[in-house]
Design a protein around this ligand. Structure first.
Ligand SMILES: C[S@@+](CC[C@H](N)C(=O)[O-])C[C@H]1O[C@@H](n2cnc3c(N)ncnc32)[C@H](O)[C@@H]1O
Length: 242
């Protein structure tokens, strides 16, 4: 797959030399996102965020919109929304690592891109520490990392303006024994709990709802219109509205 050059950096924003840029991106051990940081250099991320963008169908024009990117990681989606005209607030947090944002590349990428997105090392459980409400909230690939997913959904809901939209992507529970029909075979809301590292050998994974359960959770939070956008492999994509 070709390196993802979206969102492209504005040439006027390039203030670091090529060597300085390479030195900066080398400070981050693990890049999740491929981000254009100028001089034709793209951060060495592994995720296919271009596919996510295609499935999510985010608005092309976000002029005048406030966007909150929860679990922003290196910031690909924050920078995309910024390039589309939004005022962006980005938060990330790793439970057990208070005050240590250095493991993600957001600050480095933002500096190199000259981004105005405001970053907070803050948990989704602490959304009351962020000022104001948002027109669009991105909640991508975070839900299954949370011990308290319903509380988190309520916090997201609380930060949206009336009519505001949440874009959600998450891992979901499916039973592969039933082949291509397996992903919602049970016709019941079920949520699987991972006490240890059973899911992908990762201790930060807690809950995986099946499709029916995920949609019920979104509805129970108060969202109107649960719009299923796509399923890709073990991920589901949704858009919903306050
Ligand atoms: C799998 S990554 C997804 C990154 C990005 N949203 C994407 O879709 O590519 C999950 C992110 O959620 C963050 N995260 C985990 N728990 C969180 C919490 N309680 N509050 C905010 N972010 C959290 C992690 O640090 C990580 O950056």
């Amino acid at each position: 797959m070709n390196p993802v050059l979206c969102p492209p950096i504005l040439q006027v924003a390039i203030v670091y030399s090529k060597d300085e840029t390479l030195a900066e991106i080398g400070k981050i051990q693990f890049w999740r996102h491929r981000i254009d940081v100028g001089h034709g250099i793209v951060t060495p991320g592994r995720n296919d965020t271009e596919r996510d963008v295609a499935y999510l169908s985010l608005p092309e024009d976000m002029t005048g919109k406030r966007v909150l990117d929860i679990g922003c990681s290196d910031g690909y989606f924050s920078f995309l929304c910024e390039e589309r005209g939004a005022e962006v607030v980005s938060v990330d947090h790793v439970p057990g690592l208070p005050g240590k944002p250095g493991q993600h590349g957001f600050r480095v990428a933002a500096k190199l891109r000259g981004s105005q997105a405001r970053f907070h090392w803050l948990s989704v459980y602490d959304m009351n520490k962020i000022d104001g409400e948002f027109d669009i909230i991105l909640f991508l690939n975070v839900l299954y990392h949370l011990k308290h997913p319903l509380l988190a959904l309520e916090n997201v809901y609380g930060k949206l303006v009336e009519g505001g939209e949440m874009y959600l992507k998450t891992f979901f529970y499916q039973d592969f024994r039933y082949g291509k029909y397996g992903f919602d075979i049970f016709r019941k809301s079920l949520c699987r709990f991972y006490e240890k590292n059973e899911l992908n050998n990762d201790y930060s994974n807690w809950w995986a709802p099946n499709k029916r359960c995920l949609e019920a959770m979104i509805r129970c939070t108060g969202f109107r219109g649960v719009c299923f956008l796509a399923r890709y492999s073990d991920r589901l994509y949704y858009k919903t509205r306050k």
